[in-house]
Ligand binder design. Structure first.
Ligand SMILES: *Cc1c(COP(=O)(O)O)cnc(C)c1O
Length: 231
């Protein structure tokens, strides 16, 4: 199947999941995760009006953003090193992967320099997997409170990477938990914190994530095919 055919299939499933959940299609942004994939594959999707792409490496994001039309939205979804923040703070539409105060301070500093307000999500390690980035749920509230005081940063919501599972139903509780955390935080009415964005769900489980309230799903393999990291 071509990239366009894959995309249309994923789009259909997104629509169906929205319908099942009684949600409007416009409530969910389908991010095409193009990491490791060539610019030519991204270009194939542009006639379908696909505008949201996800990358997990700073250099790859900035290189692709430079070549491709400026109307595209680049989502930084990968772990971010502090020394690379300055290269993407005004290129990424949302940084999905903030999990420490030190990183947020660096983003704030770079955003002030470029005179922009950086939109960020806090990455939560809901399943508390040892190998994953993200804050534990117990550390979430104090972190948000601290970041909310920094200039030129807007916390737009939460992000999680659920474990790889055979049956997506196994991850439903994780998506419910992230949604509930966002409701708790919204209730605190911190300055510069809205909880409009819930970035959750990947190729294996995006339909369940939408049923549980995802506003952004990040689909790579389902659109672009398997990634080959050996070349
Ligand atoms: C690679 C990646 C995805 C996409 O994963 P697929 O399983 O290929 O859909 C989503 N989110 C993050 C953070 C990723 O790094």
């Amino acid at each position: 199947m071509s990239v366009c055919e894959n995309y249309k299939e994923v789009e259909k499933r997104v629509e169906e999941a929205c319908k099942r959940a009684g949600r409007k299609r416009e409530e969910v942004t389908l991010i095409a995760v193009s990491k490791t994939k060539p610019v030519s594959m991204i270009e194939e999707l542009l006639p379908l009006n696909v505008r949201d792409f996800g990358e997990n490496k700073v250099q790859e994001l900035t290189a692709k953003a430079e070549i491709l039309p400026s109307a595209l939205h680049w989502h930084m979804i990968g772990h971010l090193q502090r020394n690379k923040v300055k290269y993407i703070v005004d290129k990424a539409c949302i940084i999905h992967s903030v999990d420490s105060l030190r990183l947020a301070e660096e983003i704030s500093k770079a955003a002030q320099k470029k005179q922009v307000t950086a939109k960020i999500l806090i990455e939560v390690n809901v399943a508390e997997e040892e190998s994953k980035f993200g804050v534990r749920t117990s550390e979430l509230l104090p972190l948000i409170e601290a970041i909310s005081l920094l200039p030129n940063i807007a916390i737009k919501g939460l992000m999680t990477i659920a474990p790889y599972v055979e049956n997506p139903e196994e991850n439903r509780w994780i998506f419910q938990k992230l949604k509930n955390l966002s409701i708790d935080i919204k209730g605190k009415n911190f300055d510069n914190v809205t909880m409009d964005v819930l970035s959750m769900g990947m190729t294996g489980d995006y339909e369940v994530a939408i049923e549980e309230g995802a506003t952004h799903v990040r689909v790579g393999t389902g659109i672009f095919g398997e990634r080959n990291y050996t070349i």
